[in-house]
Write a protein that binds this ligand. Structure first.
Ligand SMILES: NC(=O)c1ccc[n+]([C@@H]2O[C@H](COP(=O)([O-])OP(=O)(O)OC[C@H]3O[C@@H](n4cnc5c(N)ncnc54)[C@H](O)[C@@H]3O)[C@@H](O)[C@H]2O)c1
Ligand SMILES: O=C(O)C[C@H](O)C(=O)O
Length: 358
């Protein structure tokens, strides 16, 4: 299945125009697009333009209130609780991370929890907002229930990503992962590609292994089966550790914000997703330059260390994204033909030009 290479500007223009057609103002359309295109440029094909249709469905279901804006519900010098007021997740999250960064500039640290929000895209976009200002950034979100507890078969947690961005040379350390064995988006993309899932990604309604991506997706939607935490189904491979990381995210997002845990999202017609953002100014620990130097040296030592049999390269987190971004600026972003078809149909339905050479 040959991907279609789409120029960044065309993708950006397509998304902005689509979000304006959805009813968002100019500024919000730009903010949402920036998060989606960042994912595409990083090679995170699951969370870029692939998700335009999902957001439309969330608007139609009434989860996202187009035009709504977040507000601060509670605040101290180092912390805040933001009410997302059902606004678009990207709009809420940029607002909340900006507050965390401002607090970190004044007090060294800023922590913001968010309730009553919506799906925010890639977690790492927001942690990068802090690292771009020389700070350490952390971002987490819960989601609708997708992941089963170790030894369970009913989805009780979200795929709950954790992203950490730390200034480093030559690239920012960028660790951005779901606490499930994979993001649900990877099941969607495997379905589009017609590729089975590896054993250990998920269970069906009987609690047995499920390798068909469409079946697993349907199971998740019916809340009768789901994905495993990082580590898979077996405690021998650390399922209980992924489970614990996922609960950490549930606590910091859904509980600390006085919002909802993933198993109570999508109740009463509200998505209710919750987030957590943190910015730390390294100045409160000494000389930021020296810290970056030490960290960068260690990352280089890791990359230079001895390779396993059959391997010729060790990566550190963020390297792949930096390389893809550089390559895609020249080649354009590879988009799956099925996604291109969806985008064409969407443009038709919205009555706008497709505007993409494909
Ligand atoms: N909004 C939501 O509800 C939600 C939920 C789940 C996931 N997500 C997003 O989905 C995206 C994908 O998540 P995922 O769990 O599939 O991530 P993934 O498994 O693709 O891992 C990506 C991370 O691993 C690093 N990496 C990849 N190969 C590496 C290697 N060999 N050595 C060292 N580092 C390496 C990358 O630099 C990156 O930090 C993330 O951006 C995440 O934020 C969002
Ligand atoms: O699909 C979701 O809501 C969760 C997330 O984006 C994921 O891909 O796991």
């Amino acid at each position: 299945m040959e991907a279609v290479y789409v120029k960044e500007e065309q993708l950006r223009s397509y998304c902005e125009r689509a979000f304006k057609k959805y009813g968002f103002n100019e500024q919000d359309s730009k903010t949402i697009t920036d998060v989606l295109v960042a994912a595409d440029m990083y090679g995170i094909e699951t969370h870029g333009s692939q998700r335009l249709e999902m957001y439309r469905q969330h608007i139609q279901k009434g989860y996202i209130e187009v035009g709504a804006q977040p507000s601060v519900a509670f605040e101290t010098g180092i912390s805040a609780v933001v009410d997302g007021n059902r606004a678009m997740g990207q709009v809420v999250s940029k607002y909340a991370m900006d507050i965390a960064i401002e607090k970190a500039k004044k007090s060294g640290i800023g922590m913001v929890t968010v309730r009553n929000s919506n799906h925010y895209g890639i977690a790492g976009y927001y942690s990068n907002m802090a690292s771009e200002q020389g700070m350490i950034g952390i971002s987490m979100t819960n989601s609708f229930p997708v992941v089963v507890p170790t030894f369970g078969r009913k989805p009780m947690m979200g795929t709950n990503p954790i992203a950490v961005s730390i200034p480093a040379k030559p690239n920012t350390f960028y660790f951005d992962v779901a606490t499930s064995v994979a993001a649900l988006g990877k099941v969607e993309v495997r379905n589009k590609k017609g590729v089975d899932l590896p054993v250990g990604w998920g269970v069906n309604e009987e609690g047995k292994d499920e390798v068909n991506p469409q079946h697993l997706f349907d199971n998740v939607m019916n809340r009768e089966g789901g994905m495993h935490p990082v580590g898979g189904s077996s405690q021998l491979f650390g399922s209980h550790k992924g489970y614990g990381f996922s609960l950490l995210v549930e606590f910091l997002t859904g509980v600390l914000s006085n919002g909802v845990t993933s198993n109570h999202t999508e109740e009463d017609g509200i998505m209710g997703v919750c987030h957590y953002f943190m910015a730390i100014d390294p100045k409160v620990f000494g000389d930021p330059e020296a810290i970056t130097e030490k960290w960068s040296t260690y990352l280089q030592e890791l990359r230079d260390s001895e390779k396993a049999y059959g391997q010729d390269r060790i990566y550190t987190h963020g390297e792949k994204e930096a390389e893809k971004e550089e390559a895609y600026k020249k080649s354009g972003v590879p988009i799956l033909p099925k996604t291109i078809e969806e985008m064409k149909n969407l443009a038709n339905q919205l009555g706008m030009d497709f505007g993409i050479d494909a």
